[in-house]
Design a protein around this ligand. Structure first.
Ligand code: FE2
Length: 287
């Protein structure tokens, strides 16, 4: 089994973990779930987070082949468009992005938005494979949190997006449009079917109560044994009940509205209006 080099970058503003996954043999690499910093109060973006990834790529003389998203994020703006300008590589996401685009095209009233995923260079179907230098990678559709969610399996590692969180924190919410707790349970079973020692990398960490440090790496075996929401002894029915009860108590992520309308466009900000300024829209009483 090939062993990629994995470097994590944690964004404390949105609790997001981005990864640079590289092939030590060739120096080819992929970026997974990058962040464009955005302060909603001032409307200012910055590239501090993305610049950290770029510095790592340059220091290690890596060549970026892929800029991957595990799903259309609702809690941060993707850095994919900026990183592609700076580093090249192809952007890709699961084909389910088309369902997310269709939903939000009407919410945001974007008549010109294409809903066939063409904003990305490539759309992955379940079971697709690709290479990062000498590393083989595959795509597993893991819907449930959103319809577009995929897990990337690269050598002995897997990037699960928002399916699982660390074992002591559980699982991701399933109350966004197109989400489903039952579907998430079945997707998680696919992750549990990977070899037990597969290194699993989370997209978020919120520090479970009683834990002092952020953490984002675990294993399939640790999840199967001890995830507080879904482990080898939890039935689908029990999980759906836990998950739906929890979802009823959650507020909306504070960047949901800005993030979705940019991320359905592969991280490209809306075009400037005739005064040269770009705007994000806030639909009133529509979500
Ligand atoms: Fe998410």
């Amino acid at each position: 089994m090939s062993k990629p080099e994995v470097q994590a970058f944690f964004d404390e503003a949105t609790f997001t973990v981005s990864y640079v996954v590289s092939d030590p043999a060739s120096g080819r690499a992929a970026i997974i779930d990058s962040v464009l910093d955005f302060d909603p109060a001032s409307g200012r973006t910055s590239t501090v987070s993305a610049d950290g990834l770029i510095a790592y790529v340059k220091e290690n003389e890596l060549a970026i082949d892929w800029i991957l998203e595990t799903h259309v994020h609702a809690d941060h703006i993707s850095g994919a468009a900026f990183l592609q300008e700076q580093l090249g590589g192809q952007t890709a996401i699961g084909r389910g992005v088309t369902a997310v685009q269709s939903t939000f095209k009407s919410v945001f009233n974007l008549p010109d938005l294409a809903v066939d995923g063409r904003q990305f260079d490539l759309l992955f179907d379940d079971g697709d494979t690709f290479d990062i230098g000498s590393l083989s990678a595959s795509v597993t559709a893991t819907p449930g949190h959103t319809p577009a969610c995929v897990t990337y399996v690269i050598g002995n590692t897997a990037y699960v997006g928002d399916t699982l969180f660390m074992p002591d924190f559980g699982t991701a919410r399933t109350d966004f449009p197109g989400g489903s707790a039952a579907q998430l349970y079945r997707s998680i079973q696919k992750i549990f079917a990977l070899p037990g020692d597969t290194r699993l990398f989370m997209c978020h960490d919120y520090k479970a109560p009683g834990r002092d440090e952020f953490a984002w790496e675990t294993t399939v075996a640790a999840q199967r044994d001890g995830n507080i929401h879904v482990n080898k002894s939890v039935s689908e029915e029990a999980f759906v009940e836990t998950r739906e009860n929890r979802d009823r108590q959650l507020g909306m992520p504070k960047l949901l509205l800005p993030a979705i309308q940019v991320n359905i466009r592969a991280g490209r900000l809306p075009d400037p209006e005739n005064n040269g300024i770009r705007y994000v829209k806030i639909p009133i009483n529509a979500v």
